[in-house]
Design a protein around this ligand. Structure first.
Ligand code: DGT
Ligand code: CA
Ligand code: CA
Length: 561
């Protein structure tokens, strides 16, 4: 509403009131659904008008004024806002002066140099806009892994329930754990393909059947992603699983490797090249059997990207990948002391009931005002609370961690004597995102070198399908981290997932310890550890590469060192 009002040239105070309300609601620790209007207006930033809108939204999903504004403002104008560097003011200028209301028109205008002369623009902004367009175009088309996995699980269990067929498995990029997923590829072993296809196309999760045949079907799901089903005979289930898990590059490399042995491999099995009609499969029932026939160890799906996994499998040098069960604690999360929704006590108890041996309970530092960062005094108070919790909870080692802002000049958001009191210091950038790459890199390098900083968190600042993050020379950071024994974090929030799989592998190569983090803001979000583990596995990490696999004593030794 605030954005639409601003685009409409409304009174700035009115615009600000909506922005503020949105911020307050997003940052409010507890859900506001079901809260009465009288209680709502007690929250600073929420007035009577907005409380009324909220009530309307609860019953109808929207409110009258918003629907009206949506009709008034061209939808194309909102698309422009997806481009980094274009706020409502500039978007409005573009629309009013050049009649730009789509990304294509924007691209045409920017590439022909028409933006630089407009009020509020310049050559630099024009260049940023061009760069931002490509990202905006691709954003939103692929689904974030975590959501795709939830959709796939629902479909798989419904299909199993409907047909009684037990061998159903999501293949494709989902099985490989890629950060985003183009479509779901569900593989099913059954003698009667038609029966499985029919059950699949009739699932309540299906929005529309796009195609269906005797052994395969394509549908779009209500969850907002396409799903392909393939049904294969049980005797070729393993070969089909290899084929449809991919990646395509892995499959191609596998076939080339097979040919050198006088073998061919396809979705039906492994055959001798001389067996032209593919009459006698040498393997096919299971994946293990297929890989074994090709003189390879079974390759975990997360590694199947043709990044050296065949060679490693051939030499028996595949890494023993870290698993969720190797994780003994979390290093980065938030409580109600800052912008989390659960108290320190709840977060501690939830960690203990997960069977973790230790947990570093964290929050935001003072400068991060939007996230209710802790002043020194509030930090002291939280430390007292934690000491009391330590006496109560004997089953888990409680540490105090903080996500400390790396300020624009590269200094930390607390003085050293405050950092001294913290068990785990996680440095992260939350402001000044538009910095040049070299300046941002210097800023972060300074934190990497800081003797009291243990971990650098979310190194890119990106949000998948939303924003591209800031510019930083990640290689320089990884090298400096290696030199100073600073760890780098894999953030398990599904829309963050940074550092990436490739960067994690690079970190491992240079001996940089990797910290897995849930960045949980509720106790349920400790589940995101699994997301972080998936990225770690794609980065070839073993438990020796990951801080979270240390025992409490080992971790404390490492933190001290
Ligand atoms: P996505 O859906 O874009 O996230 O990525 P994938 O890897 O799931 O790709 P998708 O859905 O097009 O295909 C699933 C798997 O099927 C892929 O990983 C390998 C196999 N596959 C699909 N198309 C081809 C193809 O044209 N050639 C070969 N060799 N394999 C293919
Ligand atoms: Ca796919
Ligand atoms: Ca597909």
């Amino acid at each position: 509403m605030a954005v639409l009002l601003e685009l409409d040239g409304a009174n700035p105070f009115r615009v600000r009131a909506y922005f503020r309300a949105a911020q307050v609601i997003a940052g409010h620790p507890a859900p506001l659904a079901g809260v009465s209007a009288e209680k709502l207006v007690e929250i600073p930033g929420i007035g009577k008008g907005i409380a009324g809108h909220l009530a309307e939204m609860e019953s109808s999903g929207t409110f009258r004024e918003l629907s009206e504004m949506r009709r008034k403002i061209p939808a194309g104008l909102l698309t422009l806002l997806k481009v980094q560097g274009l706020g409502p003011k500039r978007a409005k200028t573009l629309y009013e002066t050049l009649r730009v209301d789509s990304l294509d028109k924007l691209k045409a205008a920017a590439s022909s140099g028409k933006l630089r002369g407009l009020p509020g623009f310049g050559e630099k902004i024009e260049a940023n806009v061009l760069e931002g367009i490509e990202f905006a175009k691709s954003a939103g088309q692929r689904m974030i892994y975590w959501n795709a996995r939830a959709a796939a699980r629902e479909v798989v269990s419904a299909l199993v329930a409907a047909t009684g067929i037990r061998e159903v498995c999501p293949a494709g990029s989902l099985r490989r754990g890629k950060e985003t997923i183009g479509d779901l590829d569900i593989l099913c072993a059954a003698a009667d393909g038609a029966k499985a296809v029919e059950a699949f196309t009739r699932l309540p999760q299906v929005e529309k059947v796009l195609a269906s045949g005797p052994t395969k079907a394509s549908v779009s799901l209500k969850a907002g992603i396409q799903a392909d089903l393939r049904v294969v005979p049980p005797a070729s289930y393993g070969a089909a699983l290899v084929y449809f898990t991919g990646s395509k590059d892995h499959d191609v490399a596998l076939r080339e490797h097979a040919l050198k042995m006088g073998l061919t491999v396809n979705e039906y099995g492994v055959f001798r090249v001389s067996d032209k009609d593919h009459k006698k499969p040498l393997a096919g029932r299971t994946e293990e059997e297929v890989y074994k026939k090709l003189a390879l160890a079974w390759i975990p799906p997360e590694l199947r990207e043709n990044r050296g996994e065949l060679d490693a499998a051939l030499k028996g040098k595949l890494p023993k990948l870290v698993g969720l069960k190797d994780v003994r604690g979390d290093l980065h999360n938030h409580s109600t002391w800052s912008d989390g929704a659960a108290s320190l006590a709840e977060m501690a108890e939830a960690s203990e009931s997960r069977g973790w041996e230790w947990v570093a309970l964290g929050d935001h530092s003072q400068s991060v005002k939007v996230a209710n960062g802790l002043s020194k005094d509030r930090l002291e108070a939280s430390l007292k609370e934690l000491s009391a919790l330590r006496k109560k909870l004997k089953g888990i080692k409680l540490l105090r961690g903080m996500e400390v802002d790396i300020l624009k000049d590269g200094s930390m958001d607390y003085p050293d004597e405050v950092l001294e009191e913290l068990d785990v210091v996680i440095g992260a950038v939350h402001s000044g995102w538009r910095m040049e790459e070299y300046a941002m890199t210097e800023r972060i390098l300074k934190a990497v070198r800081h003797p009291r900083v243990h971990v650098i968190a979310h190194l890119s600042g990106r949000l998948l399908n939303d924003r591209g993050g800031y510019k930083v020379d990640a290689e320089a950071v990884i090298r400096e981290a290696a030199a100073h024994g600073t760890a780098l974090e894999i953030n398990g929030r599904p829309d963050r997932q940074d550092i990436t799989d490739v960067q994690a592998r690079r970190a491992k190569e240079l001996g940089v310890p990797v910290a897995l983090a849930t960045d949980a803001h509720t106790s349920a979000e400790f589940d995101f550890m699994e997301m972080a583990v998936t990225v770690a596995r794609r980065g070839w990490l073993t438990k020796d590469d990951v801080l979270n696999c240390l025992s409490a004593l080992e971790l404390e030794d490492w933190l001290r060192s």
